[in-house]
Write a protein that binds this ligand. Sequence first.
Ligand code: SF4
Length: 361
Amino acid sequence: MRYVDEYRDSEPVQKYVKAIADTVKSEWSIMEVCGGQTHNIIKFGIDTLLPGKITLLHGPGCPVCVTPVEALDRAVHIASLPDVIFCSFGDMLRVPGSRKNLITSRAEGADVRILYSPLDAIKIAQESPEKKVVFFSVGFETTAPAVAMAILQAEKQDVTNFSALVAHVLVPPALEALLSTPNIVLNGFLAPGHVSTVIGQAGYERITEEYNVPIVITGFEPLDILFGVYKLVKQLEEGRCEVENAYGRSARADGNVLAQKAVDEVFEVADKKWRGIGVIPKSGLALRQSYRRFDAEKIFNIEGLRVEEPTECIAGYVLQGLRKPNECPAFGVKCTPQSPLGAPMVSTEGACAAYFNYRRV
Ligand code: SF4
């Protein structure tokens, strides 16, 4: 398959493994931010190919994993109302809330539908004027533009029975929060290719300047990841600190300007809660005042709903690279993909699911 097979070819993979081994002199802790990268690192055993001086830490870049229990409870509450059609990306349905998940709500009779695009929710709203159609708007900078476009379309076509339950979070503020946490030792980041395709290199420049930590944008295939590690190690060994792009086939210096404009028109930056981590200042998106009529939290009066995170799940430590999934006492015992205690065991990008599927020890 094009754009896949050539990035899994063992010959160039071996070449980069050797180049990394020839370059590294000191010990470095590198965090891959994206859950898709974590998944492939574990699936293909990329960490086992690297010299012992390099430690790969798994970061908070799985959008399903970082969505807090509170957001799930809000979704379950709205979905359970009789006149609601609740729409969501499929991977959110099995994520546990404090009492149940969206699949259970659906089994109990709620009208919960899986969509691939928020724009489909507008169509459903137009076809069902007697219902309130709500889209569960989760994810990073990658999914926010499509939600912004849906809201702009709802406004243009005067669709009054559509709203969005917004739980979007942003990658750069999470990296800053990690770098400000005293007990986390991080020498560099592999930045997620798809988020970087939207925000561009420019989205990280302030971080490298302020925290003196290099960042390399990279993709998800084995060769992408190894190329990113090579560029990062080279910077570290040469004492450089820059934002470099190792994912030129998708990410550009300025990112996707049209997508950024749509997001900026509809959303403003807000403080957001992350699962297991807590509130990170200015780390998410909220609807601007001029689009608040599409805000499901306001429409359904659930702004005050607060829930404590379960203590048994150590997702917060896993998402910050402080613990590996198999260091969680519940891993593979009380927590499995069939019976997950936390979101990282549910999502296809979750570190706990990756360890369970490919590295159960
Ligand atoms: S193994 Fe399960 S309980 Fe432990 S951190 Fe992962 S999701 Fe949470």
